[in-house]
Design a protein. Sequence first.
Lengths: 321, 405, 324
Amino acid sequence: MGKAAEISGDRFRVLYRKLMTIRRFEEKVDEFFRQGKVIGAVHTSVGQEAVAVGVAEALNENDLVIATHRGHGHCLMRGAELKPMMAELFGKATGLCKGKGGSMHIVDVKKGMLGAMGIVGAGMPIAAGVGLAIKMQKTGQVCACFFGDNSSNGGPFHESLNVSSLWKLPVVFVCENNLYGISVSAKKSTSVQDIAVRGKGYDIPGVVVDGMDVVAVYEAAREAVKRARSGKGPSLLECKTYRFLGHSRGDPPYGPYRTKEELDSWKKRDPRLLLIKQGGLTPEEVEQIDQEVSEAMEEAVRYAEESPLPDVRTALEHVYA
Amino acid sequence: MATEVAIPNLGYTMTVAKILKWLKSVGDPVEAGEILLEIETDKVNYGIESPASGVVKAILAKVGEEIPVGGLVAIIGRADEEIDLRLYEKREEKTPVSKAVQAQGPREVIQTVSRPKGGRVLVSPVARKMAQEKGINLTFVTGSGHSGRIRMADVEKYLNAAKTAKMEAGPPSGPLEVAEIIPMTTMRRAIARRLSQSFHDAPHFNLCTEVDMTEVKRFLDLNAQKADSQAEVKLSVNDIFIKAVAILLHAHPRLNSRLNGDQIEILRDINIGLAVALDDGLIVPAVEKADQKRLWQIARDRKDLVERARQGRLSLAEIERGTFTVSNLGMYDIVFFTSILNPPQSGILSIGQTMDRPVVRNGAVVIRPIVELSLAVDHRIVDGAVGAKFLQDLKNGLENPILLI
Amino acid sequence: MREIKYAEALREALAEEMRRDQRVFVYGEDVELGYAFTVCKGLIDEFGRERVFDTPICEQTIVGIAVGASMMGMRPVPEIQFCDLLPMCMDQICNSAAKLRYMSGGQVSLPLVVRSPAGKWGSFGAQHSQTLDAWFTHVPGLKVAVPATPYDAKGLLKTAIRDDSPVLFIERKLLYQIPGPVPEEEYLVPFGEARIHREGKDLTIVAVGRMVSEALKAAEQLEKEGVQATVLDPRTLVPLDTKAILDSVRQTHRVAIVEEGPKRAGVGGEIAALIAEEVVDELDAPIRRIAALDTPIPFSPVLENYVLPNDRKIVEAVRDLMSI
């Protein structure tokens, strides 16, 4: 196929580490949530990691990312440090957002992660604004905006694609179609089978991508990023993917609205396994990376646990600039 | 066409009236001229007549409520007429408040608004603070706001009045506990205001004398028998005093006068007021032209006035026409007292109890019925000698009635 | 001093700030031609379509774009044609603009200004005549400016653009064509500083937006009746010059608050509560609010005027207030 040749062997190890970092992080977070150490609402992306990792691979370091409430992966994929990320989820003063944002609003501006947006669909108009600024500032940057399948049914999606196409903004709209908006399947909510076709409605390319395949995602993203950076405007990437855990903690992986059969069939296409195969990673390499990731995770957890809670007076800070 | 019923202006000091009683209810038919309701002003009670015939469509004021002059109290209309009560919801353009504001400035608006029924004194926060700081007991302050609410200006006024009258700034609001708060009626407030003013404005000069009432008593006893047999009015000692004083005022016109700025106005008529005690107040109806009336006429007038005074059925004119006042507290065993002038009058006679006492006549001690009188005069108009001469004439006249003819 | 109209003053502010700072840009529906209320008219001639441009009708995205662009360091000044359309952008205003700085622990700032006209025009109907100031004062993270004069409009807009926090700049339709003195030299009007248009010892009238001129008219009439009124214009509702308001109440002991929005849960309620909390012992009478009735704004002029406050209603309310 020749695609795999685009990514070097070393690179695959990096990608695998990234993927495992996301996965282990999400699993740990899920575990801690059950233990009550992580509070509030948590939305894990186990199973969807390929999209984050694949797109990140296509972006430059100074490019921007906007994500959804399920944004841990998008933060990590940009290289956000584990310790402050974990601390943020624990609500500690050392967290990325000083304990004021939490899981749904994770932000790491230094790494170009402008924010996980808690409101469905809120990220897209903001991404258009980011794209507009990039154009005005002539920096050549690109903004990748992640959103879910059901978001593409809301007003902001349509407004944002229209305006971005109209003004040829350097935005890549990445739809992570995991087939469900909380409990409502895409079949019940979305008038088209493939969300990618909506790109046509706004005169932009709409591409369906295998969202479980890091390499496939990377390929599609690379095209879209190139197009955006060259000033030709936005693209719509629809990555078909699946989340292995529930919508959020408290939601079981299958049962109320998903069948075990469906889950199992998707698990066969676990991005982790695919990546190992595509990258030709040896079991030793896999084990070593897994080990390192685990250790890094443990360290992050220790850091988070030992970190102090925020001083209550910080609640009054950052209301205004 | 609906007819509005408003509180009429019944006297030059009247600003509000309190609703005492409704004689009609909503839905009742009423003829023009029929009494709709009774109101209380600072002087008298009144029956308000319906200005039109028809049906009472709406009653806009409750018993106990105080309505300013001009304020609407009822609507009379045809039986089938629809009245939009929203038009009458708030007192807005109908009240004289705005007029008062234009005329006098906002702080001196309505003087006489009653305290609410619960007896609670309404005070604005800043007025309360002021009173606390100055050690003023708020029960002594008259409120000029709605429902007698005490406002800052009222406390300021109280303070200023205290200063100019050289009174102390009110009794200290120390640890004294208030056992009961009695809301002031319109009459009480009027009395308080007027007598305080009188006391303050007119320098009172008091003269006293003793009168031997032997002749008067003899006359009264005779008449009493006659009156019983003829079912006429029984003469009282007050009638004698009224007549005697009235006759003498002809010769002492200064005591039948009033001060008007720089001018002393000697009044043409001699209308003698008789102080009548009421449940919570005092009213002084006057016998008109007492000098021209026969004793029995005076007695009849006096009886009528006193009766109606006690029933609250006097007219304003009957009170305001007084030119000199006579006051008798003998029935309370008061031997001697002095009174405060009834403004704008220049003289007032206080009559004590007639008692048998030992006196000296022709070098011997005898028992005679003696009464002690005091005369208070306004020294701005009446000097000591003038007052003394009057009192001397009165004494002589009572002791020798033939002198009064 | 020269006199220019409120709309002209706003335009000057925009032009001056765009000259001063290349990051400032203006956009919205019909801004290139300066339609609706003429504020943006002519700006495109000086600054070009790169910095003055029309958008499709997509209010949410208009504000969303401001959020994204400001996070990237630009200083967007979008215009939302009627404040009645602001509810459509509430998510981006309240959940993004007002909160992203806070939620990120201070990592981003959003120096955007959303301009929008409010209030009566005259029979524009319920959906184009509202005054929604109170909605935005209730969202922590937003600043709210409500200029009443051309002088304040220019000075406040310049301050708003230079402010690094998100600002809701709520103008008044009927004020656009009213002239007022505006200096030639540059000046700024700071946020959180009230302006006293008139001093009087008997009561304080706190008035906002178009109600300032109504309050001044009322004050003149009241003066004839022997009542001296102070007219105080907060100019910004967030931050609010609480000190000026409380100091004034300490002097006059009576206060009335006038706003064009509906009375219930309006700006007047907030100010009244502040006064009652801080200086209740200075009050000689209850606090009075004069506002629109709690109804949508009707079309027919007689109905519209019945619903909305005006100088006559202020005078009546004050007369009542003075007599209590």
